[in-house]
Design a protein around this ligand. Structure first.
Ligand code: G
Ligand code: MN
Length: 386
C-alpha cells in the first residue's frame, strides 16, 4: 500500500503496553505498513513533530496524559490526521468525547489484526482525500490571489493610460541647421508605470498592447508638429496586426505624409504574417517607414531588405564613443554608403557629445537625434543652432 507521497504508509502506534504495540506492529507490517512506537502521548507528540505519519493509533488509558488529551493536542496542530482510538474499558462518555475530537474510529480491545488493518487502510485513504481537498483549497486561494493581482495591475495600467502623454525629441539636420522631425516617445505620469519599457511589458502581460498602441496614436493625433516638420512614431509589432492602424479615419492617417513609422529590429517582426503587404498598405496611405535601432544586433540586415525603409536609425550603441572606436567608424561609414545607394536617409541616434557628432559628420551623416541637441520634452522642444 502506498501513502500519499508514494512512500510506504507510516503509522504511529501509542500504547503503554509493549506487547500490544508489538502485536499491532506485526499486524500492520503484514499489510506493508511501517510503524513507529511510543509508550505515551508526550513521546508520541515528539515523534509527530519531527516526522510525518499517515495515521495515529492510540490507546485511551495510559499513565500520565490520557489518550483523549493526546488527541486534543494533535487536533491543535493537525486537523486532518486520522486518529484511531482503542480502549479496554469502553464507555459511552469516552467514545463520545473521542468522536467529538474527530477520532477516526473507536475500537474496543482486543482489536483483531484484520480489523486493525482494515480500519488503518481506510484511515490512510481518508487522510489522502482530506489532504487533497486542503491542497485544492490552497490552490484556489492561489488562483484567487493571482486574480486579485491581475485586477490590481489592470487598474494601475488603466491609470497609466489615463495619465499617458507623449514626449517629443528633435531630429536635426546639421546641414540645414534646423529641426526636421520629432520622435514621439511614450510617457506616463502613473508613478508605478512611469518607465516606458515597464509600461510596454505590462501591456504585453495583460494582453493590452493593442489598446496601448491605439491610445498612443490617439494622443499623438492631438499634437500637430510645426509646418514642414515630420513626426516619427514608434510601432510595436502588435500594432502592425491592428486593422485600426490602416483605417482611413485613424488618428495618424490625416497627416500620414508627415509621419514616419518606426519599426524596431528588437520586435520580432519575423512573426508578423504578410509583413511586406502590411508595409505596402501603410505606404499607400502616405506613411513612410523607418528601421529603428539598426545595429543593436537583433535581426541584422534582413529587416532592411524586407522593409526597404525610407529612414534607417542607427542604434546609439554604434554611436557611443565612436570617436574612440575605429570599428564603429567603419561600420557606420559602410551603413551610410549602403543607405546612400538605396536612397535611405540615415539618422544617428543618441548623440551626446560634440566629439561623436564631428566624427559622424565626417563619415557622411547629416541627421541626428540625441541629448547633445535636445532631450525629449513636452511638445515641441526647440534646438539652438548657435
Ligand atoms: O528605441 P528608441 O530609439 O525609440 O529609443 C529612444 C530612447 O532613447 C528614448 O527613450 C530617449 O529618451 C532615449 N535617448 C534619446 N537620446 C538619447 C541620448 O542622447 N542618450 C541616451 N542615453 N538616450 C537617449
Ligand atoms: Mn525609436
Amino acid at each position: 500500500m502506498d501513502s500519499i507521497n508514494g512512500a510506504r504508509p507510516r503509522v504511529l502506534l501509542v500504547d503503554d503496553e509493549p506487547a500490544i504495540r508489538h502485536m499491532l506492529q506485526r499486524a500492520l507490517g503484514k499489510a506493508g505498513i511501517s510503524t513507529e512506537e511510543a509508550s505515551n502521548g508526550r513521546e508520541a507528540l515528539d515523534l509527530l513533530a519531527n516526522a510525518s505519519f499517515d495515521v495515529v493509533v492510540t490507546d485511551l488509558n495510559m499513565p500520565g496524559q490520557s489518550g483523549l488529551e493526546f488527541l486534543r493536542a494533535i487536533r491543535k496542530k493537525d486537523l486532518d490526521m486520522p486518529v484511531i482510538v482503542m480502549t479496554g474499558n469502553p464507555s459511552i462518555d469516552s467514545s463520545a468525547s473521542a468522536l467529538e475530537h474527530g477520532a477516526f474510529r473507536y475500537l474496543v480491545k482486543p482489536v483483531l489484526p484484520a480489523t486493525l488493518r482494515d480500519v488503518v487502510e481506510r484511515a490512510i485513504g481518508a487522510h489522502r482525500l482530506a489532504r487533497q481537498k486542503r491542497r485544492g483549497l490552497e490552490l484556489s486561494e492561489h488562483e484567487e490571489k493571482q486574480r486579485s493581482d491581475r485586477a490590481e495591475l489592470d487598474s494601475r495600467f488603466a491609470a497609466a493610460l489615463d495619465r499617458l502623454w507623449m514626449a517629443f525629441q528633435p531630429i536635426v539636420s546639421v546641414e540645414e541647421r534646423r529641426v526636421v522631425a520629432y520622435e514621439a516617445l511614450l510617457r506616463s505620469d502613473e508613478p508605478t508605470l512611469a518607465n516606458p519599457a515597464v509600461l510596454l511589458q505590462t501591456a504585453e502581460r495583460l494582453d493590452r498592447l493593442t489598446e496601448l498602441g491605439r491610445t498612443i496614436r490617439t494622443t499623438i493625433g492631438h499634437a500637430t508638429p510645426p509646418d514642414g516638420v515630420n513626426l516619427f512614431v514608434n510601432l510595436h509589432a502588435t500594432d502592425l496586426l491592428d486593422e485600426e492602424l490602416y483605417a482611413a479615419h485613424a488618428p495618424l492617417t490625416r497627416y500620414a505624409d508627415r509621419i514616419v513609422l518606426e519599426i524596431t529590429e528588437r520586435a520580432s517582426i519575423e512573426e508578423i504574417p504578410q509583413l511586406e503587404e502590411r508595409i505596402g498598405r501603410l505606404r499607400a496611405l502616405g506613411f513612410r517607414i523607418a528601421l529603428d535601432d539598426l545595429g543593436a544586433g537583433y535581426a541584422g540586415l534582413t529587416s532592411f531588405t524586407r522593409l526597404e525603409p525610407d529612414v534607417a536609425k542607427l542604434d546609439m550603441s554604434l554611436i557611443r564613443d565612436i570617436h574612440l572606436r575605429p570599428a564603429k567608424q567603419t561600420i557606420v561609414r559602410s551603413l551610410q554608403e549602403i543607405c546612400a545607394e538605396l536612397g535611405t536617409v540615415v539618422v544617428a541616434e543618441g548623440v551626446e557629445t560634440k566629439l561623436e557628432l564631428d566624427i559622424l559628420v565626417g563619415l557622411g551623416c547629416d541627421r541626428f537625434q540625441g541629448y547633445f541637441f535636445a532631450k525629449p520634452g513636452r511638445a515641441f522642444p526647440t534646438v539652438d543652432f548657435g
